[in-house]
Design a protein around this ligand. Structure first.
Ligand SMILES: Cc1cc2nc3c(=O)[nH]c(=O)nc-3n(C[C@H](O)[C@H](O)[C@H](O)COP(=O)(O)OP(=O)(O)OC[C@H]3O[C@@H](n4cnc5c(N)ncnc54)[C@H](O)[C@@H]3O)c2cc1C
Length: 618
């Protein structure tokens, strides 16, 4: 049986019942893809995920990507089969705009499908990104470069990489030393060593396009001095035909904790053969251009994280229903009491509900962010100014990536815990899930970097305007009364959580003018706490919005919401689903949001003691 447990019901609930995608699909830029077609696509992608993608998951881990010969990386057979199935079914077109041969899918549908594939086999998804990278280049390059690079990347299914990191330039991307010199023929010759490059080489596509940040000779320091270059593995002539092997060569791959099927490469540029590149567009604007890729990658990583938690939770749920151990707590002293499935034990139920509430909340956060991206595409197609929606998307991305990855990793440990000792063994996928998911808190900016980005770039830089708009919506919801008062207590808790977050923000802004002149350090001690708290507030809000929809659905079903018995009719199963939605929202708001009050109190008492302590005393 496939390791992968999908949750298409909850994905569809988000897309169609909560976020009303039927109103958006089938028109404007998504004219080709209406709601019913989108549902069929989801069902097909689920088959791809639970079939060929999931089938290669364990093999990819046990065999791993292997470096052989002159910088060639060989994939395991399972990952190859997943890529064959993906491209054979033309599924890469799902992530392409229509003018590049895409199906006209909205971002929300794309991310919903990505969740399914990422949960089943994240490494295969990472290898499959070339055509999507082409869509980013499409908006940045010259007409000549478009013809030469973008079209073949899509049609010939080339691989692609994002190449920023160097041994001495990790979080500090601006410390990069890779240099670029303009040659007589108008190409650039790059020299340097890049580290940790995902999919830096693999033996599936005929070519790989590296998007490399490098510093043109004479350019200034820091990120502003970086330009973006297209550096193909095999040179691409102006007519799109392939030329000689270029001097971007993989000289090592990492032996990692997890995600072993995904090659993580040292990419050496210009060591023996010149590494020729094309400047992207005609401007030296590398970091801004690369941010288009980074934003996509951050959303991808957040989606990967929650996809893994979702399958982790559903595996744990299955196990808890089957594993019989001990008697019910109320009859624990009675030696004759029947043994029960562990799902009957309060502590196991606590673990399961904690996972369920978080993963459904995180899915809501991710798909809500995707609907903001839908709005941007629709608005831009109409020629409207979408700056506000763009800022909201920017504000949400650190939450999706930072909070999504931290919580998923933390709670996957709880999924494993449900299995007892069996979870620690390779008979079950949990130990691999945990190892594969840890990377999500690290790449595309660590959580610490996400938190700094949230406060200084996404909140402070626009004087809190994007945040204020979001908090305004949360306040309006908290003060609302839809649902016949069934959620009154939860709305009150949401309002308290909102006050706590506003209080934290006020304190952090106040720190900036601190008498010590070191207020920014006080802020830096608490930005991760802010990220976590804001994310939990937004998740609480989204879960309550879901609960409102679920309560209305239960009312329509005329059902009290009693759990569905085995073999129940579809309507009863739906009742159980909606009842679960209401319960998850209540659980999250009642058990997680009160923690914000304690966190606010801690934040208000921040002082410089940790900073003043000698390093030797740490
Ligand atoms: C498997 C894998 C795949 C990767 N794929 C790619 C890829 O495809 N392309 C690519 O370019 N890179 C890639 N990376 C690199 C990845 O993005 C970096 O590892 C990451 O950004 C962190 O950089 P670092 O490892 O150098 O850690 P460091 O920057 O050294 O950070 C170490 C610690 O210090 C903290 N820290 C650092 N600076 C600050 C600061 N200013 N304030 C507060 N805290 C700070 C960090 O949060 C972290 O906890 C990959 C890495 C891995 C492991």
């Amino acid at each position: 049986m496939s390791h992968y447990r999908s949750n298409l019901r909850d994905i569809a609930f988000n897309l169609f019942e909560v976020f009303g995608r039927d109103e958006v699909l089938g028109r404007g830029p998504f004219a080709q893809m209406d709601g019913p077609t989108a549902r069929e696509v989801l069902a097909e992608v689920e088959r791809l995920a639970t079939g060929p993608f999931a089938d290669g998951f364990v093999e990819g881990d046990r065999v791993g990507a292997q470096l052989v010969g002159e910088g060639e990386v060989v994939l395991d057979a399972g990952t190859r089969r997943a890529l064959d199935a993906y491209f054979g079914g033309e599924w890469h077109r799902l992530n392409l705009p229509e003018h590049l041969g895409g199906f006209g899918a909205s971002p929300s549908l794309q991310w919903a499908c990505s969740e399914l594939l990422l949960g089943a086999n994240p490494a295969a998804v990472l290898y499959s990104g070339g055509p999507f990278f082409a869509t980013i280049l499409d908006g940045l390059v010259t007409a000549e470069q478009r013809e030469r690079m973008v079209a073949p990347m899509v049609e010939r299914r080339w691989g692609a990489t994002m190449v920023l990191t160097e041994p001495d330039a990790g979080s500090d991307v601006g410390a990069g030393r890779t240099s670029a010199v303009l040659a007589d023929d108008g190409t650039w010759h790059l020299t340097g060593t890049k580290r940790f490059i995902t999919s830096g080489d693999f033996d599936w596509p005929e070519n790989i396009v590296h998007l490399v940040l490098a510093r043109p000779q004479g350019a200034g320091p820091g990120t502003k001095g970086l330009s973006l270059f297209i550096v193909p593995k095999f040179w691409v002539h102006e007519d799109g035909s392939l030329g000689e092997r270029n001097g971007a060569v993989v000289t090592g791959i990492e032996d990692k904790m997890g995600l072993k099927a995904s090659s993580t490469c040292t990419l050496t540029l210009g060591e023996q053969v010149a590494a020729r590149g094309l400047l992207v567009g005609e401007v030296h604007d590398g970091i801004r251009q690369m941010f288009k890729v980074i934003e996509y990658a951050r959303m991808l990583v957040g989606t990967k994280a929650i996809a893994t938690l979702s399958t982790g939770y559903l595996n744990a749920l299955d196990y808890a229903k089957q594993r019989v151990q001990g008697a019910e707590l109320a009859r624990a002293a009675d030696k004759t009491a029947p043994r029960v499935a562990i799902i009957r034990h309060p502590d196991v139920r606590r673990m399961l509900m904690t996972q369920k509430a978080h993963v459904e909340g995180l899915r809501a956060l991710t798909l809500y962010t995707a609907t903001v991206q839908d709005d941007i595409v629709v608005g831009e197609a109409d020629g409207r100014d979408m700056t506000d929606a763009q800022r909201r998307n920017d504000l949400l991305l650190p939450l999706v990536k930072g909070y999504g990855s931290e919580k998923s990793y933390e709670l996957l440990a709880l999924s494993l815990q449900v299995f007892g000792g069996s979870g620690y063994c390779r008979d079950y996928p949990l130990e691999q899930y945990l190892r594969d998911a840890k990377i999500d808190t690290l790449y595309e900016g660590t959580t610490g970097i996400q938190a700094l980005d949230l406060f200084f770039r996404k909140i402070a830089r626009d004087s809190g305007a994007a945040l204020a708009a979001l908090l305004g919506e949360i306040l309006a919801f908290a003060k609302g009364d839809a649902g016949n008062g069934a959620l009154a207590q939860e709305r009150a808790l949401l309002a308290t959580g909102l006050e706590d977050v506003q209080g934290m923000l006020g304190t952090l802004v106040g720190f900036l003018g601190h008498d010590s002149g070191r207020g920014v350090e006080l802020v830096g001690l608490q930005t991760t706490s802010l990220l976590e708290s804001l994310a939990e507030l937004v998740v609480g809000w989204l879960l309550l919005r879901q609960a409102e929809v679920a309560l209305a659905a239960l009312f329509r079903l005329g059902n009290s919401g009693a759990p569905a018995p085995p073999g129940a009719a579809a309507g009863d199963r739906d009742a159980a689903f909606y009842e679960g939605k209401v319960a998850a929202a209540r659980f999250f708001v009642r058990t997680v949001l009160p923690e914000l009050t304690a966190r606010r109190a801690v934040l208000e008492r921040t002082d410089l003691a940790v900073m003043e302590l000698a390093d030797a005393a740490l």
